[in-house]
Design a protein around this ligand. Structure first.
Ligand code: APR
Length: 245
């Protein structure tokens, strides 16, 4: 049964799918009120460009300034809740035989909504990483006022997110690439498809024979390769999809 929201054939394709990959971007957290990466540069931070704060060089140059920006983002994210889109994805993961969720978001909201095994391509705001020895540690307290020393090597630890010029964690890349290549369906949800290597995952899936679904408010560079396009807010379209499956 097709509905106004679902392209004809999508429900049947999902019901028949053995392996499903979800690729999410900041649009899936929009209804939680999480400012997108570029929105986070407002108010006091408006005078900076992301490239001036979210880079290893910026942290070397002024660790406290970079830490203060991320503390502000941790506070913002700690104060919001997962939205129906996050919960719908967790429900679909529980319902479908084999899934992998790959997110570009660092807000941790998928985990808070029950997607315990989310592959966090760009890391997580609530962790710290030492750029000297690569030690990673949880950072649950958004109020920590200064970069902590690495317990292993003593260097200052920065936020556990992937900065411009840094590599995607190898395990995340390997899991995502393999799952995409073996997928029957990939759903690209709330992502502009502009930032690689995440933006290449739908193409990897399509080349492996998968159907591509795009869930977005607007067309993106991924739309041209999508077999199905669900236009609308993910917080509305995904719960409807989960309920209809
Ligand atoms: N429902 C569905 N899609 C939405 C919604 C919504 N409610 N709100 C916004 N969108 C879509 C926008 O149309 C846009 O295509 O989400 C996408 C957000 O795009 P970006 O802000 O570019 O976010 P993203 O694709 O996650 O960026 C990838 O780039 O900024 C860096 O490292 C950062 O992880 C980020 C990466």
């Amino acid at each position: 049964m097709a509905s106004a929201i679902f392209p004809a054939g999508l429900l049947d394709a999902l019901r028949q799918a053995g392996r499903v990959v979800f690729l999410t971007g900041s649009g899936v957290s929009a209804e939680s009120g999480v400012p997108t990466f570029r929105d986070a540069l407002t108010g006091l931070w408006a005078r900076f460009r992301p490239e001036e704060l979210a880079t290893p060089e910026a942290f070397q140059r002024d660790p406290q300034l970079v830490w203060d920006w991320y503390r502000e983002r941790r506070r913002q994210v700690a104060a919001v809740l997962p939205n129906p889109a996050h919960y719908a994805i967790a429900a679909l993961e529980a319902r479908l035989p084999e899934t992998l969720l790959v997110t570009q978001n660092v807000d941790g909201l998928h985990r808070r909504a029950g997607s315990a095994d989310a592959v966090e391509f760009h890391g997580n705001l609530f962790s710290n990483r030492c750029r000297a020895c690569d030690h990673v540690a949880p950072q649950p307290d958004p109020e920590l006022a200064a970069p902590p020393p690495c317990p292993l090597c003593g260097a200052l630890m920065g936020p556990g997110v992937v900065w411009f010029g840094e590599a995607i964690p190898a395990l995340a890349l390997e899991r995502a690439w393999r799952a995409a290549g073996e997928a029957d369906i990939i759903l690209a949800i709330g992502t502009s498809g502009l930032v690689t290597p995440a933006a290449a995952l739908p193409d990897v899936a399509r080349q492996g024979g998968a159907l591509v679904v795009e869930v977005n408010l607007h067309p993106t560079p991924l739309s041209a390769q999508a077999d199905f396009v669900m236009t609308g807010p993910a917080a509305l379209t995904l719960p409807a999809l989960a309920a209809a499956l």
